[in-house]
Each structure stands twice: as structure tokens, then as C-alpha cells.
Design a protein around this ligand. Sequence first.
Ligand SMILES: [Zn+2]
Length: 170
Amino acid sequence: MTAFTNCTACQADATTHFKHLGPLCESCFCTSVEKRVRKNTNFAPQTPINIFDDHYINALVAEHILKNILKGPWKIQRTTNLDIATVLAWSADDEASARLNAAITETPQPCTPALPLSGLTNQELITYAHAKGITGNHPQQTPLQKLFLTLEQKSPGAITNLAKNLRPHD
Ligand SMILES: [Zn+2]
């Protein structure tokens, strides 16, 4: 007999098994992702939300989630002009590797616009995109980001914690 795992939030059949989240169905997984992005998002009303579009799937995911969770006086759009971008669609992996590189090479911390997706690992981002039918090119994983995957398997939550710990405090 097959043992089914139930979603810890609604008891439906679980389809995702991220260790730090526990088993979740697709719908509860997406809700968990959106809630975390919401917590990580603090735009003043009327602020232009220009997501930097580097032609990778991250920008499409950021646009989809922000349009879903932000109801109000915001104009949300993608731009290929970095000068007017106010949002980077960095995952926790992207942020952790950028900050780690800066720390190791002792260069100043990258000055970044808002990073609403930085509480999500690449794997969570990809799983969310798949669930929502968002398709696009995936950025090439750097050697460091490949190491992060192993780290995350051994110590779930490690990548988001690393990104958080290396963030400059003001
Ligand atoms: Zn569920």
C-alpha cells in the first residue's frame, strides 16, 4: 500500500516536500511563497515598481507575485533599463552569492533596490513558476550556487539565513 503524505496546512495530498516547510499541496505551497514575499515587501504607495527584466524567469515570477499580492496604487511593470529599476528579482541564492562574494573580496556590499524574492530559494522559485505555468529561461547556476544546493539539502533554510546574515544593517 502506498503511503500518501498529506499537506500539513489543508490535508490534501502533498506535492512539495521542502524540509523547512514540511509537506504541502501545490496551492498551500504557493500561498506560503506569496506570504513570504508579502512580508519582504514594503513599498510606499505610488512608488513605481519597475522590475529589472534580465530576460530570465525570475523577473516574470516577481511580476506575477507582486501583481497578485499588491492591491492598490502601484504600477507594476518590467523594465530592461537598470537605471530606473526599483526591484531586482534576486532569489536567496542570488543575494547570498552576491553578498558572499562582496564579503570575501572585501568589495563594498552591492547597493541594491528592493529584493522581494530574496526569502525564496531558487528551487522554491522554480517550483512556484511551474505551479503557476510561468515559463522562461533559467539563469545559469554559478559554481557557488551549485554548492548552495548541497548546503541546503544538509541544512534546510541555510541559504535564506546566509543571505539575511550577510545583509548590511542600517
Ligand atoms: Zn494544502
